[in-house]
Design a binder for this molecule. Structure first.
Ligand code: AMP
Ligand code: ZN
Length: 140
Protein backbone atom coordinates (compact mmCIF):
# COMPACT_ATOMS: atom_id res chain seq x y z
CA UNK A 1 0.00 0.00 0.00
CA UNK A 2 1.38 3.44 -0.93
CA UNK A 3 2.51 5.83 1.80
CA UNK A 4 4.45 9.11 1.91
CA UNK A 5 7.30 9.67 4.40
CA UNK A 6 6.36 13.18 5.55
CA UNK A 7 2.57 12.70 5.59
CA UNK A 8 0.95 13.07 9.02
CA UNK A 9 -1.96 10.78 8.13
CA UNK A 10 0.40 8.06 6.85
CA UNK A 11 2.16 8.32 10.23
CA UNK A 12 -1.18 7.84 11.99
CA UNK A 13 -1.90 4.76 9.84
CA UNK A 14 1.58 3.39 10.65
CA UNK A 15 0.93 3.94 14.38
CA UNK A 16 3.79 6.45 14.65
CA UNK A 17 1.41 9.23 15.77
CA UNK A 18 -1.56 8.56 18.08
CA UNK A 19 -5.17 9.21 17.17
CA UNK A 20 -8.61 8.88 18.72
CA UNK A 21 -9.56 5.95 16.49
CA UNK A 22 -13.23 5.34 15.73
CA UNK A 23 -13.28 2.71 12.98
CA UNK A 24 -10.94 0.79 10.72
CA UNK A 25 -11.27 -1.65 7.86
CA UNK A 26 -8.99 -2.95 5.11
CA UNK A 27 -9.02 0.31 3.10
CA UNK A 28 -10.04 3.09 5.51
CA UNK A 29 -9.45 4.61 8.95
CA UNK A 30 -11.63 7.04 10.90
CA UNK A 31 -10.54 9.16 13.88
CA UNK A 32 -11.40 12.36 15.73
CA UNK A 33 -10.19 15.68 14.27
CA UNK A 34 -7.90 17.33 16.86
CA UNK A 35 -8.95 20.84 15.75
CA UNK A 36 -12.71 20.32 15.79
CA UNK A 37 -15.11 22.98 14.61
CA UNK A 38 -18.03 21.40 16.51
CA UNK A 39 -18.22 18.50 18.96
CA UNK A 40 -17.93 15.17 17.14
CA UNK A 41 -15.97 16.50 14.15
CA UNK A 42 -14.02 13.53 12.78
CA UNK A 43 -12.26 12.30 9.65
CA UNK A 44 -12.38 9.29 7.33
CA UNK A 45 -9.18 8.64 5.39
CA UNK A 46 -7.90 6.13 2.87
CA UNK A 47 -5.16 3.82 4.16
CA UNK A 48 -3.34 4.30 0.87
CA UNK A 49 -1.69 7.69 0.41
CA UNK A 50 -3.35 9.81 -2.28
CA UNK A 51 -2.76 13.58 -2.21
CA UNK A 52 -6.35 14.34 -3.17
CA UNK A 53 -9.61 13.18 -4.75
CA UNK A 54 -8.14 13.22 -8.24
CA UNK A 55 -5.41 10.72 -7.38
CA UNK A 56 -7.55 8.28 -5.40
CA UNK A 57 -8.69 4.93 -6.79
CA UNK A 58 -12.41 4.37 -7.31
CA UNK A 59 -12.37 1.35 -4.98
CA UNK A 60 -10.82 3.39 -2.18
CA UNK A 61 -13.28 6.26 -2.75
CA UNK A 62 -16.14 3.76 -2.51
CA UNK A 63 -14.65 2.36 0.70
CA UNK A 64 -14.41 5.88 2.19
CA UNK A 65 -18.05 6.52 1.25
CA UNK A 66 -19.12 3.35 3.08
CA UNK A 67 -17.08 4.16 6.19
CA UNK A 68 -18.32 7.76 6.11
CA UNK A 69 -21.94 6.58 6.18
CA UNK A 70 -21.21 4.26 9.14
CA UNK A 71 -19.32 6.88 11.16
CA UNK A 72 -21.72 9.73 10.29
CA UNK A 73 -24.64 7.63 11.55
CA UNK A 74 -22.77 7.08 14.84
CA UNK A 75 -21.91 10.79 15.15
CA UNK A 76 -25.54 11.66 14.46
CA UNK A 77 -26.70 9.25 17.14
CA UNK A 78 -24.04 10.17 19.73
CA UNK A 79 -23.88 13.95 19.29
CA UNK A 80 -27.45 14.73 18.14
CA UNK A 81 -26.45 17.64 15.87
CA UNK A 82 -29.07 19.64 14.00
CA UNK A 83 -27.42 18.71 10.71
CA UNK A 84 -24.25 17.17 9.36
CA UNK A 85 -22.04 18.01 6.38
CA UNK A 86 -19.56 15.74 4.68
CA UNK A 87 -16.74 18.04 3.56
CA UNK A 88 -13.81 17.10 1.35
CA UNK A 89 -11.19 19.66 0.32
CA UNK A 90 -8.85 19.58 -2.67
CA UNK A 91 -6.17 22.26 -2.94
CA UNK A 92 -5.28 25.31 -0.85
CA UNK A 93 -8.18 27.53 -1.93
CA UNK A 94 -10.56 24.76 -0.88
CA UNK A 95 -8.95 24.81 2.56
CA UNK A 96 -6.97 21.58 2.18
CA UNK A 97 -4.18 21.46 4.76
CA UNK A 98 -3.35 17.73 4.82
CA UNK A 99 -2.55 16.33 1.40
CA UNK A 100 -3.77 12.79 2.04
CA UNK A 101 -7.31 12.05 0.84
CA UNK A 102 -9.93 12.41 3.59
CA UNK A 103 -13.55 13.36 4.25
CA UNK A 104 -14.68 15.45 7.20
CA UNK A 105 -17.74 14.25 9.11
CA UNK A 106 -18.85 17.70 10.18
CA UNK A 107 -21.76 17.97 12.66
CA UNK A 108 -23.69 21.23 12.41
CA UNK A 109 -25.64 23.45 14.81
CA UNK A 110 -28.28 25.86 13.60
CA UNK A 111 -26.40 28.90 14.91
CA UNK A 112 -22.81 27.73 14.32
CA UNK A 113 -22.19 30.07 11.37
CA UNK A 114 -19.70 27.62 9.87
CA UNK A 115 -17.93 28.81 6.78
CA UNK A 116 -16.36 26.31 4.43
CA UNK A 117 -12.83 27.53 5.14
CA UNK A 118 -12.94 27.38 8.93
CA UNK A 119 -9.93 28.14 11.13
CA UNK A 120 -8.02 25.49 13.06
CA UNK A 121 -8.20 26.17 16.77
CA UNK A 122 -6.64 23.62 19.12
CA UNK A 123 -9.27 21.44 20.79
CA UNK A 124 -9.68 20.44 24.42
CA UNK A 125 -8.24 16.89 24.51
CA UNK A 126 -10.44 15.86 27.44
CA UNK A 127 -13.53 16.92 25.55
CA UNK A 128 -12.35 15.27 22.31
CA UNK A 129 -11.70 12.06 24.24
CA UNK A 130 -15.16 12.17 25.84
CA UNK A 131 -16.74 12.66 22.42
CA UNK A 132 -14.54 9.84 21.07
CA UNK A 133 -15.96 7.50 23.74
CA UNK A 134 -19.56 8.52 22.95
CA UNK A 135 -19.16 7.87 19.23
CA UNK A 136 -17.26 4.61 19.84
CA UNK A 137 -20.18 3.46 21.99
CA UNK A 138 -22.59 4.37 19.19
CA UNK A 139 -20.48 2.40 16.69
CA UNK A 140 -21.03 -0.67 18.87
P1 AMP B 1 -8.14 19.71 5.55
O1 AMP B 1 -7.78 21.08 6.06
O2 AMP B 1 -9.45 19.60 4.85
O3 AMP B 1 -6.99 19.11 4.75
O4 AMP B 1 -8.33 18.81 6.85
C1 AMP B 1 -7.27 18.31 7.60
C2 AMP B 1 -7.79 18.11 8.98
O5 AMP B 1 -6.88 17.25 9.65
C3 AMP B 1 -7.89 19.40 9.80
O6 AMP B 1 -9.25 19.61 10.20
C4 AMP B 1 -6.97 19.14 10.98
O7 AMP B 1 -7.50 19.62 12.18
C5 AMP B 1 -6.87 17.64 11.01
N1 AMP B 1 -5.66 17.11 11.58
C6 AMP B 1 -4.38 17.47 11.30
N2 AMP B 1 -3.51 16.72 12.02
C7 AMP B 1 -4.26 15.86 12.75
C8 AMP B 1 -3.96 14.84 13.69
N3 AMP B 1 -2.69 14.55 14.03
N4 AMP B 1 -4.98 14.16 14.26
C9 AMP B 1 -6.26 14.45 13.94
N5 AMP B 1 -6.62 15.41 13.06
C10 AMP B 1 -5.63 16.11 12.48
ZN1 ZN C 1 -0.39 10.04 3.54
Amino acid sequence: MSSAPDCIFCKIIAGEIPCFKLFEDERTLSFMDINPFNDGHCLVITKAHYPDLFAASADDLAAVARTTQTVAAAVNSAMRPEGLNIVQANGPAAGQSVFHYHCHVFPRRLDDEAMLNWGHNPGDMTRIEANHQKILAALG
